[in-house]
Structures are given as structure tokens and as C-alpha cells.
Write a protein that binds this ligand. Sequence first.
Ligand code: GLA
Length: 410
Amino acid sequence: MKSPLLLVLCLIATFAAYSQGNNYKQNYTKFQNLAPTPPMGWNSWNKFACNVNEQMIRQIADALVSTGMKEAGYTYINIDDCWHGDRDSLGFIHPDPKRFPSGMKALADYIHSKGLKMGIYSDAGSQTCGGRPGSRGYEFQDAQTYAKWGVDYLKYDWCNTEGLKAEGAYKTITAALQKAGRPMVLSICEWGNDKPWVWGPNVGHLWRTTGDIYNCFDCINDHGSWKSWGVMQILDKQEGLRQYAGPGHWNDPDMLEVGNGMVENEDRAHFSMWAMIAAPLIAGNDLRSMSPATKAILMNKDVVAIDQDAAGIQGFKHTVKDSLETWFKPLAGGDWAVCFLNRSKSTQPVNVDWSRDVINDAVSKQSIATNAKPYLITNLWTKQAMGTTAQPLKANVPSHDVLMIRLRKQ
Ligand code: GLA
């Protein structure tokens, strides 16, 4: 090199060329504004497990609209495990050609044509929990494929992840979704193993706090190497987590079992408590054959409104007496939801003296103002007016049932 100037120019050109190819900065932050309130929709797993196909999913989308579920706020049609076929020679994933012969793009188009959104499922490990191809090593390619299909929601599971660290694995898929460029809700499903509530809020929109739900009110199903949990067991595992939830980032106590076999009052208690803890409301039953009782529970607009309240404050357990739990949830504008949950085998009395029982919430800094104008009380299941907080509230709650009320500021 004869001239030092030439040398400098050469170096600049080389650096410019090098940095051209490397100037993409990964974005490990989730898409914003996708879940200001807990996501609502339907997922195939609780009822159908691996038995998914495009005809059934289309029928469910139809039913979501025709039953009024869409109108009540349920938006996502989420296909869980086992939709997968094989990867091709270039590594692209394809749906099972027998179960989804028209392909995922056509299915997403159909779901979108109904004004709904489509969710899909993958796994951070080498294989999904159902033994289908996982996304490990294919994260960016899979995210591009899902974006091309028109997917709006990704549930990302945690089976077969030996050696992976959860925070890094979920940040990788978030970066991949960002690179693919189509906004998607990211549902973190690592069962609460590695405290996703600590690192999850910027990475995903919801995170499972526990292992899988089991369709019973109060039991544990022991599968040997793992357990699944009844509704009450899952509820107890939410202790200490409410401060991590809020608009855009939610604790996920797993999908609903309403309509899958518990008795009506247990389904009602399950749904009420999921609303009290601002859980995502992802129905898990067969929407094509819902009983009137199941419909009345899933589409109780007053209870859905408690879940979907704009303040996004997760409710809390205040007292327990003789297996009767009293839960409170502060709402936007100064109203409150109150739920009395009877876990015992016999009817339990409720007796609240609002002037004496002071309710302060240290997390949201809200309190029930007992010296202001009394609140109006409405029973959210019977729709009956129950007086005001000027008088003590007396009622009976049947076994495995709730009394759920709204205190309305006057
Ligand atoms: C895990 C998840 C479930 C479901 C199954 C699918 O168990 O926690 O919600 O997605 O995998 O195999």
C-alpha cells in the first residue's frame, strides 16, 4: 500500500462492508399492546389432546361465533400440540398432511375471515411434549413460517429442553418472532419452573405458573414422573405472584376445564376464581356441544368483565374461615369484585360487616372506602341486587360453589 490515505480508505471500506452484514440487532422484547387485558379464546388440548384436525378447528371457529362466545370476548382459536408433520430437507416445518390437508395458511385465512385470531403451539426443546418436532435450532425459521401462515399467538412449551436455560430460550423465540415481523402473543409455558414471572414480563404476554390443570375440583392426578393439578391445587399455587401481573403481562394458571365434566357449581367456582385472579380465559371444552349451563358460565358477561377489568389488578385472598375463602379484586374506577369460595363439603355462611372489616390492598394501594357513600351490591351470578355496604351481608354458599358480587361505587 503506497499511500497511508489509501490504507485508511481501504480499512473504512472493509469495516463498512463487514458491519453491513452484521448490523441487525436482536430485539428480545415482546410485541407491545397485544394483551392489555388477559387473552381470551379457545385451545384444543384440554378436550382433544393430540386429536386435532382442520375440520374440527373450523367447526370450533364456527361455534365460537354462533354460540355468542366471540361476542362475549373470546378471540383466539389456539391449536395445541400434535398439528405437526415433518420438517422438509431445508428444515421448514409442515403440518401433518392427513390432519391438515389444506395447510395452515388456509386455516388461518378461514379463522381470520370470521374476525378471529389463530394460535399455534411449539416447544423450546428438540421435541414437543407430544413427541412432535420442537423448535430448538429452528427458532428463526419456525417464526418466519408461522408469520407467513398468519399466526397471531404462539404457545411455547418446555418439554425435551435438556441443557437449555428458560430465560434465554424464551428470549430467543421472542427475537425470532420480532425478526419475522408479525405481531404475535407469546404464551410462555415452562410451568413456573424457573420463575417466569421475574424475567417474563418483557419477553412474553403470559406465563404458566404451574404444571397442567386436571379436570377435577380438588384432587391431584399422579402420572408417576409428573402430576397434574385440580382447580383448587392450581389456585393455591398462585400465592405470592399477584404483584407480577398487570396489563400486557399475566400470570397463567392454565386453561379452563369448564364444560369438561365437573359439576355445574364447581365449573362456576372455577370460572369465578379465574376471573378474580385476572387469568387468561382460554376455554378448553367442545364448543360445538355446550350445555346451556356451560354457556351460561363461559358467557357470564359480568364475570368476564371482572377478569377483563382495565385496571388489570390480580385479586387476592383476604381471609379463610372453615374452608370459606374471601377474595377481593380492585377494579378500575373504584369498584370491587368480591368472591366467597366454599371449598368445604357443606354449606357455609357468609357474614360481612362492611363498617368493621377494613379492606386495604398493599399491592394496588386501594382500599374499600367504608366511610364514603355505601357501595351498591350486585350478585354476579343471579344478577340480583343485594342492598348496599351500609348493611352487613349475610348469605349461604353451597359446597364447592361461590357467591360472587360487585361493589359498585355510587
Ligand atoms: C404440556 C403443556 C400442556 C399441553 C401439552 C401438550 O403438558 O403444559 O398445556 O400443551 O404439553 O403436549
